[in-house]
Design a protein around this ligand. Structure first.
Ligand SMILES: Nc1ncnc2c1ncn2[C@@H]1O[C@H](COP(=O)(O)OP(=O)(O)OP(=O)(O)O)[C@@H](O)[C@H]1O
Ligand SMILES: [Mg+2]
Length: 244
């Protein structure tokens, strides 16, 4: 099995806090890897580092065996990575379709705003919107979408760049069951296309249903990892995370 991401002794400090503390892990290609852990255990920080949004203080990161240094967020294309944010980040004053178009062209979001988009790009953007079920909303402003639709649009941006490694930071938080189903189906489809999905999630039912592999973090450290049903029955995990 191919490891697409590997970290060795990864450390990230914030004002003396070890947000990520000596973390060594690997992520397998074509699998859905879940990351769980209590609030503040470093899940988002880890994703921020792996997707190039934060630098790290110590350790090493390898993408498909090649050592990777700090990158700029829009250089993710080089590594085939895409991500969503725990706090949704869209261009709210832009139309739904334009939110997709900007990622289809320029990597630097500022310059992307001034790109001209040809018919090919428009067709690609429309196909993505059909996939996430937002085609009918293509002419609406992003700010006028429901919360769930905004989450779908963020996922649509990842589909648009055809990322091979996809980080989703709590994509289900605050959603109604119907929207949860839709996003679950999109994630399953990504797996069928042999994409690698890294999913931060608090809902253990979703984790059990979707994930092939589970990583449990606690205070920045790796507490446990393995198959979800096995990991979620370990005493240390139950004590630290579920408070049982
Ligand atoms: N930009 C930042 N500046 C300072 N401290 C930060 C920053 N980002 C995260 N931290 C701290 O790092 C630790 C890990 O935070 P992080 O957001 O990664 O946790 P999390 O596991 O994603 O939590 P949650 O489940 O609440 O989303 C926390 O103590 C947090 O306060
Ligand atoms: Mg978080």
């Amino acid at each position: 099995m191919k490891q697409v991401i590997e970290t060795k002794g990864l450390i990230k400090f914030f004002d003396g806090i070890h947000a990520v503390d000596n973390l060594s892990l690997s992520i397998e290609e074509g699998k859905i890897t879940g990351i769980v852990g209590p609030n503040g255990s470093g899940k988002t920080t880890l994703i921020n580092i792996l997707s190039g949004f934060y630098n790290y203080d110590k350790g090493e990161i390898f993408f498909s065996g090649a050592k990777r240094k700090k990158i700029l967020p829009w250089e993710n294309k080089i590594y085939g990575t895409g991500r969503t944010f725990q706090q949704i980040r869209l261009f709210n004053q832009m139309k739904v379709i334009d939110n997709i178009l900007v990622v289809l062209t320029e990597r630097n979001p500022f310059f992307a705003l001034f790109e001209r988009h040809g018919e090919y790009h428009i067709k690609c953007a429309e196909d993505v919107l059909k996939k996430v079920g937002l085609y009918e909303k293509r002419g609406s402003y992003a700010k006028d979408l429901s919360y769930g639709q905004q989450k779908l649009l963020e996922i649509g941006r990842i589909l648009a760049i055809k990322a091979d490694i996809i980080f989703l930071d709590e994509p289900f938080a605050g959603l109604f069951p119907e929207m949860i189903k839709r996003i679950e189906n999109i994630i399953r489809e990504l797996k069928n296309e042999n994409k690698t999905v890294i999913l931060v999630e608090h809902n253990m039912n979703i984790i059990r249903e979707l994930c092939d592999h589970l990583i449990v973090m606690d205070a920045g450290k790796l507490l446990a990892e393995g198959r979800p049903e096995k990991v979620l029955s370990e005493r240390a995990v139950l004590e630290a995370y579920l408070g049982e």
